[in-house]
Write a protein that binds this ligand. Structure first.
Ligand code: PMP
Length: 469
């Protein structure tokens, strides 16, 4: 910490927080319980440097989840990004509508140079927003080419695409949406491809599960009518749904199916995008050729709010003819898509990843961490499965390895809490589905070194030992 830490100021901030902040993903009773013994202070993160953050009590934490939700890929305290953003904001902070900007062009060119086959960048603010813009494009293409019929978008069980009503309508985690219906029509669910839980799916084979899982998508297309399905939106590696890596053979078959039925493949890279899995984009691990790619969190590592929808030139072509026909242009805007902070930060973020060799580091440290997690699973029978790609890893906890019955959620939560007490922040998936919130998540910044990984592993080892005695 820089020494500017003033206890009086901080206690005032905590009280202001208690009085006025509505925290994300939080049940507030814990912060304002009539019984003082039950009341906890909201946690306030005051400062960050590299892989570490400090809270209002001055306690240091190793951040094993890059800002809570897989975002701060290049780590905290990057003056280079802050300075570039500062300079740009003084020169020109914002202009929107149909105008472009220097950082907007520069960043788009850089991004596209890492995405062979892709061509156009559409700026927005959040992952949900970028995804919705992709859904809007599918609908507009349906109106333009298919009399409105081919408008349905398929999404997968356990995938998540955002928090707005329409992105929740494409959400495969019911617990996140149950209280917010009615939903937007035209979004159709396909089964998950989680090999570890394949035994829960009717008819899933032991061999060639990946091809079978992809074939389930074709079944849904045939049941709905191929002439009604315009898009398929998938995470390359499912994040919040349980860190689900695709089984062998899955993506090749998905790609074939999209081609066969003329369905646009929309890859949601909001979590995997910009380095997280050791490649620039998660889809690049699997030879996928998407039509649309959305990204947000890692694009600027949290130094500015930015998301992008990137399309092929073929998709763009469908929107670029004579604008006297409203079906020929994408009548959409994002107010803060015109803020120059995002692309400026994005450009620096990518330069850091390149200059510091962070993709290679992610592959090496990811492999190292996967091995360490596997070693932990030899020691703790509670770990049923370890999976992930790059520095995007999960350990699924089970009460019984034979039946794969999930470990009790309260105990999984206790592991996260125990690590927090040890000064290590880790995550867990699906915080509100009884029985399904059993995967510990790890996504340290791409700058992680062996010592950092060892500290996380030691904390988890200790926590598992204490919680599951
Ligand atoms: N897609 C995925 C895969 C996500 O994990 C998230 C956020 N966790 C989103 C979309 C939504 O992004 P945002 O919260 O920025 O709207």
């Amino acid at each position: 910490m820089d020494g500017n830490f003033n206890e009086n100021d901080i206690s005032r901030v905590v009280e202001a927080d208690r009085a006025h902040i509505w925290h994300h993903l939080s049940q507030h009773k814990q912060y304002m319980n009539d019984d003082a013994a039950q009341q906890v202070d909201p946690r306030i993160i005051v400062e960050g440097k590299g892989m570490r953050v400090w809270d209002q009590k001055g306690k240091e934490h190793l951040d094993g989840v890059s800002g809570g939700v897989w975002t701060v890929n290049v780590g905290y305290g990057r003056e280079r990004i802050a300075n570039a953003v500062r300079d740009q904001l003084i020169k020109l902070n914002y202009f929107a509508g149909s105008a472009g900007s220097i950082p907007g062009s520069n960043f788009a060119e850089k991004l596209i140079s890492k995405m062979p086959g892709m061509s156009r960048v559409y700026y927005a603010n959040s992952g949900s927003e970028a995804n919705e813009k992709g859904f809007k494009m599918v609908r507009q293409i349906a109106h333009k080419k298919y009399g409105g019929k081919k408008h349905k978008v398929l999404y997968r069980d356990r995938d998540y695409h955002g928090t707005t009503i329409t992105s929740l309508s494409a959400g495969g985690q019911d617990e996140r949406g149950a209280q917010y219906g009615p939903f937007t029509p035209g979004f159709i669910r396909v089964p998950h491809c989680m090999e570890y839980r394949a035994f829960e799916q009717d008819g899933a084979p032991q061999e060639n599960y990946g091809v079978w899982a992809a074939d389930q998508i074709e079944k849904v297309i045939l049941a709905e009518g191929p002439d009604t399905v315009g898009g398929l939106c998938l995470e390359p590696v499912t994040a919040g749904g349980g860190v689900i890596t695709p089984p062998d053979g899955y993506w090749d078959r998905v790609q074939e199916i999209c081609k066969k039925y003329d369905i646009l493949l929309h890859i949601d890279e909001v979590v995997c995008g910009v380095g997280r899995t050791g490649t620039w984009f998660g889809y690049q691990n699997y030879g996928i050729k998407p039509d649309m790619v959305t990204m947000a969190k890692g694009v600027a590592s949290g130094y500015a709010a930015i998301s992008c929808l990137v399309t092929t030139e073929e998709v763009f072509d469908m929107f670029k003819d004579d604008a006297s026909d409203p079906l020929n242009y994408f009548r959409d805007i994002s107010t803060f898509g015109g803020c120059t902070a995002g692309p400026t930060a994005g450009l620096e973020n990518m330069a850091i990843i390149e200059e510091e060799g962070l993709l290679d580091n992610t592959v090496q440290m990811g492999d190292y961490m996967l091995d360490q997690l596997r070693a932990l699973s030899d020691k703790h029978a509670i770990i049923g499965d370890v999976r992930g790609k790059g520095l995007f890893l999960g350990a699924e906890l089970v009460a019984d390895r034979d039946t794969r019955a999930p470990a009790a959620e309260a105990l999984v939560s206790a592991v996260v809490g125990d690590c927090m007490n040890q000064g290590v922040i880790i995550g867990m998936t699906n915080r509100s589905v009884p029985g399904k919130n059993n995967t510990l998540c790890f996504s340290p910044a791409l700058i992680a070194q062996k010592d950092d990984i060892d500290q996380i592993i030691t904390a988890v080892d200790g926590a598992l030992g204490r919680v599951f005695t």
